[in-house]
Design a protein around this ligand. Structure first.
Ligand code: URA
Length: 435
C-alpha cells in the first residue's frame, strides 16, 4: 500500500518515483481513495519538479488503465482518426474538423476535455447546443462512429476516469501548464479511445500553456514518444496562440463560428488551421490520398455543403439541435472601439481568454456553472487596419456591469501601432517524430 504523503514528499524533493507507485497513486485517486488535497499537492510538486519520461509513461499508462479502452479501429475494420489541441483561446477547431473529415468518409472518434484555466474546452462548447450529450457509453460511442462517422465525447466513469478527475483538479489548482501532465492527459484520452492516427495541435504563445517554441517542441516530443510506444501515428502541428484563434471566444459564439466555417464563411486564420488539420487527417486515413488530393477533398466538403450536412447528422445523433437559432444568445452586446487610427499590433490571447472567463464563459472553481451565451468577438485581428472610433471587438454579456468590466479588459488587450506587424502564419511547424 502506498502512502500518498511520502510520494508527494519524494516528488517535492526532486526524486524519481517507481512506475508502480505512480500507478497506485493515480488508480487510488480515480477510485476516490486519495483526497483532492493530496493529489493537488502532488500535481504542484510535479509542476515544480517535472516527471522523467519513465514516470510520464507510467502516469499515462495508469490513467488509461483507470477505465476501459476501446479498440475503435479494430472494431470498425477501418483506420479511425482523431485530433486534439493542447488548449488555446477561441479554439473550436475540432467542431469544424470532425464534420469535414466525416463528410469525406473517414471515421472520426474523439474524447475531448472541458475548459482549462483561461482556455475553453470542446465539451463546454458542445454543451451550448441544446440537448447535446457528451457522456456516451462505450457502446454508444462505437456505434455512433460506425453509423454517423463522427462522435466527440467526454471522459466518463468508464473511460479515463483518472483524467476526468485530475483534469478538473488541475484546472483550479494552477497545475495545468506542465509538459508531463499535459502529455499524459492528452495521450491517455487518445490511446483509450483507440484512434489509429492523431493530429495534435500544440499551441504556442501568450494564450497557450507553452509560451515558447522550445517548450512547445518539448511537449510535442513527449506526446510523439507516448504515441510511438502505443503504436499510434501522431503528427504534431505547432500553431500560433499569441492572439485568439478566429474571432469568437466563448461557447455558443464559437459553435456559431465553427458552423460558419463549415459553410465557407469562417475567419481566415481559423479556416486555414481547420483545412490544414483536416487535410493531414485525410492523408493519414485509409483512403490512400496524397496531400494535394486530401486538401481538395477537404475544400470540396465545405464547398458542396456535405460538411454542414455531416455536422447536422452528428449533432442530432448526440441529442442536440443543430439549428443555429437554437444556440443561446447573451442579452447585452457592447462594441469596444479603437481610440486611435492605426494597425492592430497585438491582441493578447490570455487577456481575451481571461475576459471571457470573467464574463462567465469558464470556471474559477471546480463545480462552477458555465454561461454558454457570453463571450467576446474579436472583429479586428493582428495586422488589421482600424480607424479611431471603429469597433475592435464585441462583448456578449449577461448584464451591463459585466459588459463594462469586460470592455475594459478587451480594450487593454489591444495594442494599436502606426505600422502593421510582420505577418505570421497560423501553422508554425509540423513535427512527425521526436527529436
Ligand atoms: N488538453 C487536455 O486534454 N489535457 C491537458 O492537460 C491540456 C489540454
Amino acid at each position: 500500500m502506498i502512502r500518498p504523503v511520502e510520494l508527494i514528499q519524494r516528488k517535492r524533493d526532486g526524486r524519481e518515483l517507481e512506475a508502480g507507485e505512480l500507478a497506485e497513486l493515480v488508480l487510488a485517486y480515480a477510485r476516490d481513495e486519495v483526497p483532492d488535497y493530496q493529489m493537488a499537492a502532488f500535481c504542484m510538486a510535479v509542476y515544480f519538479r517535472g516527471l522523467t519520461s519513465r514516470e510520464t509513461f507510467a502516469l499515462t499508462d495508469a490513467m488509461i488503465r483507470s477505465g476501459e479502452t476501446i479498440e475503435l479501429g479494430r472494431i470498425l475494420g477501418r483506420k479511425v482518426v482523431d485530433k486534439h489541441s493542447t488548449g488555446g483561446v477561441g479554439d473550436k477547431t475540432s467542431i469544424a474538423v470532425g464534420p469535414i473529415v466525416a463528410a469525406c468518409g473517414v471515421p472520426f472518434g474523439k474524447m475531448s476535455g472541458r475548459g482549462l484555466g483561461h482556455t475553453g474546452g470542446t465539451l463546454d462548447k458542445l454543451e451550448s447546443i441544446p440537448g447535446f450529450r457528451v457522456e456516451l457509453g462505450r457502446d454508444e460511442f462505437v456505434a455512433q462512429v460506425r453509423d454517423v462517422g463522427l462522435a466527440i465525447i467526454g471522459q466518463t466513469a468508464d473511460l479515463v476516469p483518472a483524467d476526468k478527475r485530475l483534469y478538473a483538479l488541475r484546472d483550479v489548482t494552477a497545475t495545468v501548464d506542465n509538459v508531463s501532465l499535459i502529455a499524459a492527459s492528452i495521450m491517455s484520452k487518445k490511446i483509450a479511445a483507440g484512434a489509429d492516427a492523431v493530429v495534435l495541435d500544440v499551441k504556442v504563445g501568450d494564450g497557450a500553456f507553452m509560451k515558447s517554441l522550445a517548450d512547445a517542441r518539448a511537449l510535442a516530443d513527449a506526446m510523439l514518444e507516448l504515441g510511438r510506444r502505443a503504436g499510434s501515428e501522431v503528427v504534431c502541428f505547432l500553431t500560433d496562440m499569441d492572439q485568439p484563434l478566429g474571432s469568437a471566444v466563448g461557447n455558443a459564439l464559437e459553435v456559431r463560428e465553427a458552423l460558419a466555417t463549415l459553410r465557407g464563411e469562417g475567419p481566415p486564420d481559423f479556416t486555414e488551421l481547420v483545412l490544414a488539420a483536416a487535410t493531414r487527417l485525410l492523408a493519414l486515413s485509409d483512403l490512400g490520398l496524397d496531400d494535394a488530393e486530401a486538401r481538395a477533398r477537404a475544400e470540396g466538403a465545405v464547398a458542396d455543403g456535405s460538411a454542414v450536412a455531416a455536422y447536422e447528422r452528428w449533432i442530432r445523433a448526440q441529442g442536440g439541435d443543430p439549428d443555429e437559432a437554437a444556440l443561446p444568445s447573451a442579452p447585452v452586446v457592447r462594441e469596444v472601439h479603437a481610440d486611435r487610427t492605426g494597425y492592430v499590433e497585438s491582441l493578447g490571447a490570455i487577456a481575451i481568454g481571461a475576459g471571457a472567463l470573467h464574463l462567465g464563459a469558464g470556471r474559477s472553481a471546480k463545480d462552477d456553472p458555465i454561461d454558454h451565451a457570453v463571450g467576446i468577438r474579436c472583429l479586428r485581428k493582428r495586422g488589421d487596419p482600424v480607424g479611431e472610433g471603429e469597433p475592435l471587438a464585441e462583448v456578449h454579456a449577461r448584464d451591463e456591469a459585466a459588459a463594462e468590466q469586460a470592455a475594459q479588459e478587451v480594450r487593454a488587450a489591444y495594442a494599436i501601432a502606426d505600422e502593421p506587424p510582420p505577418a505570421k502564419h497560423i501553422v508554425l511547424d509540423v513535427v512527425t517524430a521526436a527529436y
